[in-house]
Structure formats: C-alpha cells, structure tokens
Design a protein around this ligand. Structure first.
Ligand code: IPM
Ligand code: MN
Length: 351
C-alpha cells in the first residue's frame, strides 16, 4: 500500500446513491482545502448490478479490499426488486465477517436540544458511544430449518459467543474510553436469562474491567438499558454489547440524537481495512427525489477521516454539520427546507 490512503466507495441502492453524492461533494471540498493524500475508487455493487449479472460480492473483490484499501464507504443497500435482500446480506454482512470488522462503532451525540425527543434533555445529556460486537452472536447464520412448511417445522438460530470475540470488543471499549477520556464503560447483556453465552460476557467484562481501574464499570441487562437510555441518557459514556442488542439499541440511540438522518457508523478492524456506513437504510421510495437527508453520510465521512488519521479535517466536517443544524440549513426530517444536494452544497461551502 502506498502512503496515500485508498478509499473504496460503494454508493449502493436507493437513497444510498443520493447521500453518497453529497458525502463525495464534501470530501472534494475537504480535498480542495487540505489536499489530503487519499484516492477514491468507485464500485457498482448493489441491486442494479446483482439483477444484471448476479454479482453480490466476489471473493476476489474482498481480497482486493483487504490488500489494497484502507477504508470502504457504503451509502446504503436494499431494493424492493430483491425481496430477500440477498445482495445486501452478502455485501454488508459478508464484508463485516470476511474483513473481520469486529467493532461496530456508533456514536450517539445530540448537537442541538431542539432535535431531542426527550423532555428537558440537552446537548450535554446525550453524548455517548455504542460499541456493538459485529462478527458473532445471532448474526453468524448458524442453524437451520427442518420440516419446512409443515406444522412440525423447526427453526434454529444459534447465538455464538467466543471468548476471543467477546474479549476483543470489551477490550476495545475500555481502550477507547481510556484514550478519549470517557470515564465509564457500561456492558449490557441478558445474562439473567441467557445463562451460557451471556455469562461469558459477564465474566469477560469483570476480568478485563479489572485491568482498567480508573474507568468506572457498570452492567445493565438490555431491557434496563433501553429504559435508562430514555430516562437518564447522561449516565452513559461508552456502552458495549453484543451484535443483536447493539443493532436494536443503536436505532434507539439514533432517535435520541435527532433520528436516522444523523446516525453515523464505522465497522472497524483495527489491523485492517475498515468500512463506514450511515446507519439508515436505502429508503427506496425517496430515492432520486432530492429529499434524503445526507447528514448521516456526511457525518460518516467525518468519522472515516478521523479514523484514517485526518482528525482536524474530520472535526471540520462535523463542525459544519453542527452549523447546518443550528441554522436550520437542513432537510425536512430535521425541520429545515433544503433538498439533499442543497445540504451538501451548504456544508461544502462551510469547509
Ligand atoms: C444495521 C442494519 C443491518 C444489521 C441489516 C441491514 C442487516 O440494520 O447495520 O444496523 O442488522 O446489522
Ligand atoms: Mn440496524
């Protein structure tokens, strides 16, 4: 790999295409101002390609990403013409597993109190990050169906928790808390009911937590976590949890910060290629109408820049998004009146 960072862009389906155009526009503005040493290569994986020639994500492409790219940026995947989402699963979950992107990093940060659905909560109350384990749990696809379509049908879906997998995500959460000065790590599981897999989580949390005496530790069953996220979100700094629960609580978290239009995420392999994607889906019915909110994609770009070592530039993009929100230069879902491309223009103009 050269000294220049290599970024692969997969715009994907639906509004994924619309928001990626804006993220690239903002990246171009950043490039013009700072001249970052990075190159962008576009890939056409998604529903259109799948319907055309049956390609989802070829093994050779995964190899190419692994060996020649620092990061992948994905817009969104999902198209009604592919009802079982086969291509989206292969691409999104496939890359998470094959590139071993075990950290799903999802910040929850309220930039303006007016966007919070909770009463009497302000910017200082909603500011935490969720680390979702991203390669195990119920997502591994182990299980099967027996006697399908009969009254005796049996379906199993295994919940896989390995010592290595649980340990590395918990350790990552503690390291992050240490480096970013977050004083507390909350681990959430359902060990009162799931007595094996989540007992492993509990033991690993206690053991690894003991290595970080300066960080406060807390444990909440996931049902209590959802309640506390609404009741007292200010108690959280870093939350770490399993794949399935992380999926659910990060949608809840997204609402606390103003909705899916603002939720960014990174799928990280600290030793390899990482992948960045807005949390929202492809919203096919809004595609191509200049109404999608590109801010989640733009914040995802900021996250990616920061992760690649361009922290100053990432912070600048984030600041521009905050400014857009403060001044209501936003799309309709956030109370503004701008179209997708006008939001991109506005943010680029601030860079
Ligand atoms: C997410 C999404 C995915 C997930 C889907 C599309 C498989 O909901 O990134 O949160 O469940 O991980
Ligand atoms: Mn989800």
């Amino acid at each position: 790999m050269s000294d220049r960072k290599q970024i692969a862009v997969i715009a994907g389906d639906g509004i994924g295409v619309d928001v990626t155009v804006e993220a690239k526009k903002v990246l171009k503005a950043v490039q013009t101002k700072f001249g970052l040493p990075l190159d962008v290569t576009e890939f056409d994986y998604g529903a259109e390609r799948y319907l055309r020639d049956g390609t989802t994500m070829p093994e050779t492409q995964v190899e190419d990403f692994r060996n020649n790219y620092d990061a992948i940026f994905i817009g969104a995947l999902g198209d009604p013409r592919v009802p079982d989402m086969a291509h989206a699963r292969d691409i999104l979950l496939g890359l998470r597993f094959k590139l071993d992107l075990f950290v799903n990093y999802r910040p929850v940060k309220l930039t303006d109190a007016k966007l919070c659905p909770l009463k009497n909560k302000t910017e200082k109350d909603v500011d935490f990050v969720v680390f979702r384990e991203n390669t195990e749990g119920l997502y591994v696809g182990m299980g099967g169906i027996f006697k399908k379509g009969t009254p005796d049908e049996i379906a199993t879906q295994e919940d896989i928790n390995t010592r290595k997998g649980v340990e590395r995500i918990i350790r990552y959460a503690f390291e992050f808390a240490t480096q970013k000065g977050r004083g507390k790590v909350t681990m959430s599981d359902k060990s009162n009911a799931l007595r094996f897999g989540h007992d492993l989580w509990l033991r690993a949390f206690e053991e690894i937590g003991a290595e970080y005496p300066d960080i406060e530790k807390d444990h909440l069953y996931v049902d209590a976590l959802t309640m506390q996220m609404i009741k007292r979100p200010e108690q959280f700094g870093v939350i770490v949890t399993c794949n399935m629960f992380g999926d659910i609580v990060t949608d809840l978290g997204a609402q606390l910060q103003g909705g899916m239009g603002l939720a960014a995420s990174g799928n990280i392999n600290p030793a390899g290629t990482s992948m960045f994607e807005p949390v929202h889906g492809s919203a096919p019915k809004y595609a191509g109408q200049n109404v999608a909110n590109p801010l989640a994609a733009i914040l995802t770009l900021a996250l990616m820049l920061d992760y690649l070592g361009f922290s100053k530039e990432g912070a600048e993009v984030e600041k521009a998004v905050e400014q857009a929100i403060k001044t209501d230069n936003t799309p309709r879902d956030l109370g503004g009146s701008l179209g997708t491309s006008q939001v991109g223009d506005y943010i680029s103009g601030l860079i």
